[in-house]
Design a protein around this ligand. Structure first.
Ligand SMILES: C[S@@+](CC[C@H](N)C(=O)[O-])C[C@H]1O[C@@H](n2cnc3c(N)ncnc32)[C@H](O)[C@@H]1O
Length: 314
């Protein structure tokens, strides 16, 4: 039987993304202003993810176009300050080991690390997808899912499209896909961690990067805190899958260890967060932001025996 991650990876078209019903977009600044205003929903050029000198926000927006494991890698610096406050205000972090699962390009990890006490022990920037494969064909770029080789993003100078989301887009991109296949050139590996996070990892041996699947228990040294932001969302996963991930997280923490759940909803409200403490085989609430995070009920009414996929957790 496959794990929740594998089930998501196998879905032909991942769970709907509220902002992406029509999977083609114009690239910002490449069209006449009036046309961009008319079409709306213009995107940052994804090519910025190949540019080590790209400003943080631009790099993060470029990476945010990548959809992997049924989730978009959407992130931005400076978007978790109030949520991270819960952790900083309630948990003694001197000597603590923190694991940040689903960290995308590391923007929000770098923000939190900058606010930790100087004597924190370790911070692991973790994500199931830390790189993609890329090929350049006919003036366009194609990105491929490292799990199954599907083309997950195609872009030229003026447009970007998500071929895995629509048969029509796959058909439109087929000349590029065929040319790439026939050319048999080596695909490049593109790191998805932003330059600021890479520099931090190089400078501070306590900050490391790891591939990790949220549906699996953590197999490194036991963390004191696990942060999961904008990954365990109902827009991406069903409740049973979220419960399976919470089960893996709970068993990864020592008794008294903390879980910080964050979400930035597609609503005109601030980011929401909940801080929970492992208390035996469940989580106890420590603190909430003004708005309650989407999965608060699942965290608090967590029944480990009901989690789907539990039998696959080693
Ligand atoms: C929406 S982004 C969240 C980024 C960041 N935490 C934030 O809030 O700004 C979701 C991230 O989860 C990662 N992801 C998807 N499936 C995963 C899995 N099974 N285990 C760990 N990370 C996963 C994606 O690669 C992506 O980087």
């Amino acid at each position: 039987m496959s794990t929740p991650s594998e089930q998501v990876a196998k879905r032909a078209v991942p769970t709907g993304h509220p902002r992406l019903r029509f999977p083609v977009r114009p690239i910002m600044g490449r069209w006449p202003g009036w046309l961009e205003a008319l079409i709306g929903r213009v995107w940052t050029d994804p090519a910025a993810m190949f540019d080590p000198a790209a400003p943080d926000e631009v790099f993060a927006k470029a990476v945010g176009a990548v959809e992997l494991g049924g989730t978009f890698k959407i992130t931005q610096p400076d978007r978790h300050a109030a949520c991270d406050d819960l952790l900083l205000d309630h948990v003694p972090l001197a000597g603590a080991t923190i694991v940040d699962i689903g960290a995308s390009d590391g923007s929000t990890s770098v923000d939190l690390i900058a606010r930790l006490p100087a004597d924190f022990a370790a911070y692991v920037i973790a994500d199931r997808y830390l790189e993609v494969q890329a090929a350049h064909v006919g003036g366009c770029t194609l990105l491929f899912d490292p799990d199954d080789g599907r083309c997950i993003l195609a872009f030229g100078k003026r447009w970007l499209a998500w071929p895995h989301r629509s048969r029509a887009i796959r058909l439109a991109c087929s000349p590029l896909l065929v040319a790439e296949m026939v050319g048999r050139r080596q695909r490049a590996v593109v790191p998805l961690l932003n330059p600021r996070a890479r520099a931090l990892v190089a400078a501070d041996p306590r900050v490391t990067v790891r591939v990790h699947d949220v549906f699996r228990p953590w197999d490194g040294p036991r963390p004191d805190v696990i942060k999961v932001a904008n990954l365990l969302r109902r827009v991406y996963f069903g409740d049973d899958q979220i419960r399976a991930a919470l089960d893996a997280i709970r068993t990864s923490l020592p008794d008294g260890g903390h879980l910080l759940v964050v979400d930035n909803p597609y609503l005109p409200i601030d980011a929401r967060a909940g801080l929970y403490r492992r208390d035996g085989d469940r989580f106890a609430l420590v603190a909430l932001t003004a708005e309650v995070p989407e999965i608060n009920d699942l965290v608090l009414h967590h029944d480990p025996d009901a989690a789907v996929g539990r039998q696959e957790v080693p």
